[in-house]
Design a protein around this ligand. Structure first.
Ligand code: FMN
Length: 203
């Protein structure tokens, strides 16, 4: 009888220890469900998750943004103003047009139509826009200020009538002080898809 009781106690202890061990091995699995933005490719190489976010007033940057998203295997998000720009709004010869007034005031922050970009899910965010008055339109500042870009890599791309980025990075950095903002590429004219993919891959 004593033997039976001893065996039962031993079995019970073994069961308890086994259950404990199991719950401990479960821990890392639970931790691994934490949100990770880094994917792995077939070779096991870490692949950062990429987003192409763009603002386009008359369609040129939108076309380029779609090509870039395809080339970079990135998701696409359109930065839309709450109030669309009309062609009168875009008249740079008119000092009183909406774009002229906004761009003359460094503190202007045109309102966004939504705040649905899932910035937290991405490591690299390409941001595209038309060059306005030698820099980024102020809605790009609005966009940067609407989310937490801390630790994110922000790569700029733009279309223009010929101007480069000028002081764009300097004017955007205060809107996302903890982001790494990189002056990327002007994407005017014909775009070679393979070249674009190669360029985007480095980020
Ligand atoms: C208000 C305004 C200001 C602009 N300022 C410049 C400029 O400083 N330099 C330049 O090369 N092009 C300038 N452009 C031309 C645009 O950058 C160019 O047409 C761009 O490709 C338009 O892109 P979108 O169709 O995506 O809006 C300006 C256009 C507008 C409407």
């Amino acid at each position: 009888m004593k033997k039976v009781i001893v065996m039962l106690v031993v079995a019970l202890l073994a069961a308890v220890l086994f259950a404990q061990g199991k719950s401990e091995t479960k821990k890392p699995a639970a931790e691994s469900t934490k949100k990770s933005t880094v994917q792995q490719n077939e070779g096991g190489k870490k692949m950062p998750k990429k987003l192409v976010a763009y603002f386009s007033a008359s369609g040129t940057t939108a076309r380029v943004a779609k090509e870039l998203a395809e080339a970079a295997k990135a998701d696409l998000y359109e930065i839309r103003p709450e109030t669309k720009y009309t062609s009168n709004d875009l008249d740079w010869r008119d000092k009183s047009s909406r774009s002229s007034v906004e761009m003359a005031d460094k503190k202007s922050r045109p309102k966004l139509a939504d705040k649905n970009a899932k910035i937290a899910d991405y490591d690299v965010i390409f941001i595209g826009f038309p060059i306005w008055w030698y820099v980024a339109p102020h809605i790009i500042n609005s966009f940067l200020e609407a989310y937490d870009f801390s630790g994110k890599k922000v790569v700029l791309f733009a279309t223009s009538g010929g101007s480069g980025f000028g002081n764009t990075v300097k004017e955007l950095q205060p809107s996302a002080p903890k982001a790494q903002i990189i002056e990327g590429k002007l994407l005017n004219g014909r775009i070679d898809k393979a070249e674009l993919a190669k360029w985007a891959e480095q980020f």
